[in-house]
Design a protein around this ligand. Sequence first.
Ligand SMILES: [Fe+2]
Length: 384
Amino acid sequence: MTKRLIFLLFTIAPLLSIAQEPFKIKYGPYLQNVSENEATIVWVTSKDALSWVEIAPDDGTHFYAAERKQYFETENGRKLVGNIHKVTVKGLDKGTKYRYRLYSREVLDNYNWDTSYGKITASSSYQPFSFTTFDESKNEFSFAVVNDIHADTLALKELLNQVEINKKDFIVFNGDMMSHLNSEKLMFDGFINKSVEMFASNRPFILTRGNHETRGPFSTKYMDYFPSTTGKPYFSFRNGPAFFIMLDSGEDKPDTDIEYGGLSAFDEYREEQAEWLKKLVETDEFKNAPLKIVSIHIPAFTSTWYGTLHVEELFIPILNKAGIDLMFCGHTHQYEFINKGDKGNNFPIIINANRDIMDINVKENSINVVIKDIKGKITQEFNF
Ligand SMILES: [Fe+2]
């Protein structure tokens, strides 16, 4: 009898608590893929739902002044139902602030065309979120970079507090924000929830995948949460005078290493990425940009580990011919500066330490980098 009670306690009780979980916005929203005319808003609901975003101009009117245009996540003519919502708002004007709120309507049943709905949840229309689209024609903007946080949200908060976050167009997370992607909860607890609390519903973070984001069973879900224009963890974008290339250096040891449990295939992946990079640097969009910046987690020239050597072999020769103005990296947890020409690199490389933040101002023809430690003390400054 006692055994049966224990069985019930450990099997039925958790199921009942899941069934009783209220329908709600569980995580987010956070902004991804902001460009001159698009922005993607991502959030997670506790149960499957049909979701949409309402957009209003930043014109001083109340959100309820008019029926606001709704945007849904669609695929091949169907509105999607699920619990991870990625709504892309299109047709926007460049350099323009928009207000938004999100809606999710629980889907109880979706058999044939007999769709039945449950409760609705929404974000506030009294204090709507907002975002500003990028503008390639503007002469100046600023952003900040942190890396190797490894789920230390207190360090993330203290680092972000050292810059004027509300004046940044975006924040770059240059990899290893987590130690293992084992579950959705750990990923949100590890860095996204803190980002949402501080800025990410109103300005985007741009994640460069680190080797630790490739680890753990949940790592294969990466693109569900961090959509990109290429559909891959490597991608490019432009803001102001700067063209950004966000590369994915993969893992640091050979694919066959015991640590990866036989599940790594980064050799082929980096080669495929190098082919993409070769084509990218030949495009007019890249060539015509006054400034060219590369973000990659594992830095070349800092060790003789396999991943470092493969980055040197595949990516550096392409970038050396492409007129790159600055590359920034992380991974080693130590600050280092490799000046142009020092080690076979035809551009400067900054390796940002794990408890420093880079405050970067981009102007028409210059990049100013101020590195601050976690207490806000300026430790380095560069003008490129
Ligand atoms: Fe790393």
